[in-house]
Design a protein around this ligand. Structure first.
Ligand SMILES: *Cc1c(COP(=O)(O)O)cnc(C)c1O
Length: 236
């Protein structure tokens, strides 16, 4: 992707989000854009930053840490870890990220809280919900959600902010919406149970299904391809 087009595709992505929010009858600031920059070089993130983007999502820890090193001069950049998280990586994530999406085990959350440097303030976290039709086995079963949420809400250096979902890709808008609706209603149920908790986040919607996610209440959409262009296939 030519460099000039990072800012162009970013502004198209912003426009797309704005249109989706308006079509859903939601306020213009109802959802924000997370720029998913996995596999993309630091200079492309720098271009997006120059065009006003602050929140970046990374999946692979080592790659992310290298980019963070290369971009230490960028103030108020916000790093989100959105990949699968094993327990041997929690310390680096606790020390170098503001947000974690995609946690589905208490053990991981507990370690993040224990390893979070208190000076950084609590780490913001979304639990990954296993929605029906999910391609992977990742994610919490909906029945296990309340108990897990309750134990996470007790952790001192972690703030449970809501739910994340990664439904199987589908070209069918109704099918997309069906999956996102499950996530939204699971969050509503948690909000009912834990009215004092800061549960305000639905991290859902990617380049292929942003509109459906926004219709169902997404507050963070995670866009990679739409901003930075396509990626090499996994494993290549
Ligand atoms: C790669 C990735 C995205 C971005 O996907 P695109 O289809 O490129 O927009 C979003 N969320 C997660 C968890 C990802 O791994």
């Amino acid at each position: 992707m030519p460099e000039a087009s990072v800012s162009e595709s970013l502004s198209s992505a912003r426009e797309r989000l704005k249109t989706a929010l308006s079509a859903a009858g939601r306020p213009e600031d109802g959802a924000r854009l997370l720029a998913v920059s996995k596999t993309k070089p630091a200079n492309m993130l720098r271009l997006a930053y120059a065009a006003g983007q602050r929140a970046f999502g990374e999946n692979y820890l080592q790659e992310a840490l290298e980019k963070q090193q290369a971009l230490t001069d960028l103030d108020d950049i916000e790093w989100h870890f959105i990949g699968a998280l094993q327990s041997n990586k929690t310390r680096d994530v606790a020390e170098h990220f503001s947000w974690v999406h995609g946690v589905d085990r208490e053990k991981i959350a507990r370690r993040l809280s224990e390893q979070r440097p208190p000076a950084l303030g609590p780490i913001d976290l979304c639990l990954q919900l296993n929605v029906s039709g999910e391609a992977s086995k990742a994610g919490v079963d909906i029945d296990d959600l309340p108990i897990l949420a309750e134990s996470l809400l007790a952790l001192p250096n972690l703030r449970l902010r809501g739910l994340m979902a990664l439904p199987a890709p589908s070209d069918d808008r109704d099918q997309q919406r069906h999956a996102f609706r499950q996530v939204a209603s699971a969050l509503a149920e948690l909000q009912r149970r834990f009215p004092e908790a800061p549960l305000d986040t639905l991290s859902m919607g990617m380049s292929g299904d942003l509109e459906a996610a926004v219709l169902e209440g997404a507050t963070i959409v995670r866009l990679g391809t739409a901003i930075f262009g396509s990626r090499p296939p996994l494993g290549s």
